[in-house]
Design a protein around this ligand. Structure first.
Ligand code: GLC
Length: 663
């Protein structure tokens, strides 16, 4: 007996019958599931579409896209949808580690089909989440490392095909690895068919972009707009001869910002999302999401509509392809970034993951200054995020490091924001006297004094300089000193990663860091990369170095590889690190020790990180106050009781991390 489908009352009869016609080929249980999901999410969808003139009508149109995607979704993915609905916290669990890199740089073959061969290495590191950098068809170089997409439905021809992507996601899933891809939704390449149609004079497509006949409106916007690439792409608008107008280009002149106030743009992107989800992609990284909505007189970042539209897209995905989750790439201040994980009416309805840029910046700041006070203050005032979400914690990624140190935070710890940012730039570019770092200055902005930094984690942590010293060392003393420098650099890199793994969230390894890969000396040899020194830290994963790391556990790469494997194993065994519990940073009596407290129902976990090359101690009474009597605790990083001083205080050796828990 066929029953009526459980559509929500709010869905008009016309919309229902159109959806039923689309779903007709499906068995009844599938149609029922779809209708139930619509009933569950319709309100969220319509509310999210509030920025558009007729939200219910657009919702009905979007639901048809969802129904078509649902119809095409293959059985293994329907099964995945079921499984994820039973374990919605899969990305929050402490046994999950992430990994990110360029598909063409991870294997010698450089293709999608070769990536299955990397699974053993990834599993060895505990990786269950793989973020492959942009791999959809970009414009010919330069294309901002693939972030200028010319076709969202094709894979870069040198990497493979859409069928290869589908096979890859299946193969990885068999190995316990979920695939994350970028969704570049703020802009398309100037060569994308929409942009080409706009240039050819098609009015419909001209409205996909922000185009102005003269400088009047652009100049008015420019008054409050920052510049993302002041060096190689100054300004936010580009004149296009064929358009005979100025087109909005926040990033490079060949990346045209989409006009998200046009409902057609919403529908197009929604279709792309469902299409990628149906290829088995499980996480979409919403690239530069902060920029999608423009408002005169503002920086055109973090506008409320951004969250509404994310909610609308998310609810559509939850209806058609619910295994798909979202990760926000919003490199913005603490008070703004928390909205991407859902605050107020968007709680639990937008992205599930977001980059913890501040933590990354503060780790590098602490390593350079050997002082936890600024980090403790800045991270301590982070608003609470929903328990169903997780931070992406990381030490390095493909981008530069911008010194996002807030002036007020700096003042609160008696420091000067500008002064500290300058110190960090100078420190990491190696210009500061006594610095161990080998970074490069990226996008120096003389107007603001900003100097961002490029560089591989190992080189920023001092390994490159230390190894050079080792090469040049003559005489016993110099050799010993160089060895100490190498040891310290390795320890700093592992300390940084220990914070990343011990903070709580989803820690992501930037490819190459696991074998302490140094700056790529040949980064500028590729002509299209030569003016973008971010390529210095986007090296190929070197199989010889990986083999050496396995063969020689005493080498720097061997120690780092073993260290990261160890962190993953220790982490997996600690329920305290489930992302549903928030991290609290606390000030230890010694400012050279960074402390992260995790108050989990199973008991507290105190992460202690010695930021210096000298031994440090933390008083026993103070640890007892945090809920952990030191005599009755173990260091989960080695399974033993921690080292105690005669006075009962806990001892931390050079750059030592300790994860204190009750046994
Ligand atoms: C993101 C990417 C960055 C890119 C930009 C424009 O910030 O991480 O690499 O340049 O978006 O797409």
């Amino acid at each position: 007996m066929t029953q009526e489908l459980p559509w929500p009352v709010a869905l008009p009869a016309g919309a229902r019958s159109r959806l039923e016609a689309i779903l007709a080929p499906l068995p009844e249980h599938r149609r029922t599931t779809f209708a139930l999901r619509v009933a569950r999410r319709l309100d969220e969808l319509v509310a999210g579409l509030a920025p558009y003139p007729d939200p219910p009508a657009l919702a009905a149109r979007a639901l048809e896209l969802a129904a078509r995607a649902y119809l095409e979704r293959e059985d293994d993915l329907h099964l995945l949808d079921e499984r994820r609905s039973l374990e919605p916290d899969w990305f929050q669990r402490p046994d999950l580690v992430g990994y990110a890199g360029y598909a063409e740089r991870l294997t010698p073959e450089g293709t999608l089909s070769a990536l299955g061969g990397l699974a053993d290495h990834l599993r060895d590191l505990g990786v269950g989440y793989l973020h492959l950098m942009p791999l959809l068809q970009p414009r010919p170089a330069p294309n901002d490392g693939g972030y200028a997409v010319a076709d969202y439905r094709a894979i870069r021809s040198d990497l493979g095909t859409m069928a290869d992507l589908r096979r890859l996601t299946t193969e990885l899933r068999w190995r316990g690895i979920s695939l994350c891809l970028d969704l570049v939704l703020n802009h398309v390449a100037a060569e994308h068919e929409w942009a080409r149609a706009a240039r050819a004079g098609d009015e419909r497509y001209r409205r996909y972009f922000h185009v102005y006949p003269d400088r009047e409106v652009p100049d008015a916007y420019e008054r409050t707009l920052p510049e993302v690439f002041p060096d190689f792409a100054p300004g936010n608008f580009t004149f296009d001869e064929e358009l005979d107008g100025w087109v909005w280009t926040t990033f490079n002149s060949y990346q045209w910002d989409l006009a998200w106030d046009n409902p057609d743009v919403f529908a197009e992107v929604a279709e792309v999302i469902l299409f990628l989800a149906n290829h088995g992609v499980e996480i979409l990284r919403l690239d530069a999401i902060a920029f999608i909505w423009k408002r005169m007189g503002t920086s055109c970042q973090n506008e409320p509509e951004v969250h509404q539209l994310t909610q609308a897209l998310r609810s559509l995905a939850r209806i058609a392809t619910p295994a798909l989750i979202f990760k926000a790439e919003a490199i913005v201040g603490p008070n703004e970034v928390v909205h991407y994980l859902g605050q107020g009416r968007h709680h639990g309805k937008v992205s599930d993951l977001a980059y913890h840029n501040s933590l990354m910046v503060q780790i590098w700041s602490m390593l350079a200054s050997a002082d936890a006070r600024l980090a403790t203050h800045a991270l301590g005032r982070f608003p609470v995020v929903p328990t169903s979400t997780a931070w992406i914690t990381y030490l390095r990624c493909h981008d530069d490091i911008g010194w996002a140190i807030d002036d007020d935070d700096a003042r609160s710890v008696m420091a000067d924001g500008h002064g500290h940012r300058t110190f960090l730039s100078d420190y990491y570019s190696g210009d500061f006297e006594g610095s161990w770092s080998d970074g490069l200055v990226f996008q120096h902005n003389p107007a603001t004094g900003d100097k961002r930094i490029s560089g591989a984690a190992a080189s920023l942590a001092g390994l490159e300089q230390a190894l050079a010293r080792q090469q040049e060392a003559v005489g016993q003393e110099a050799i010993e000193e160089a060895q100490v420098a190498v040891d310290h650099a390795v320890a700093r890199l592992l300390l940084g990663y220990a914070i990343v793994y011990g903070f709580g969230g989803l820690p992501v390894i930037w490819s190459g860091d696991e074998i302490a890969t140094l700056n790529d000396a040949d980064w500028a040899a590729v002509p299209e990369h030569a003016d973008d020194n971010r390529w210095v830290h986007r090296p190929r994963l070197d199989p010889a170095r990986l083999a050496a790391a396995h063969a020689d556990p005493e080498s720097p790469e061997g120690r780092v590889l073993a260290g990261l494997r160890h962190l993953a194993t220790a982490r997996a065994a600690l329920p305290h690190l489930h992302a549903s519990v928030g991290a609290t940073v606390v000030a230890a009596p010694d400012p050279a020790v960074f402390v992260v407290l995790r108050r989990h129902p199973v008991g507290p976990m105190v992460g202690l990180y010695n930021l210096t090359a000298e031994g440090r101690s933390v008083p026993g009474w103070w640890l007892r106050e945090q809920g952990l009597p030191v005599e009755a605790s173990i260091d989960a990083l080695n399974g033993y009781p921690p080292s105690l001083q005669p006075d009962g205080s806990l001892y931390l050796s050079t750059y030592q991390p300790v994860w204190l828990v009750r046994p």
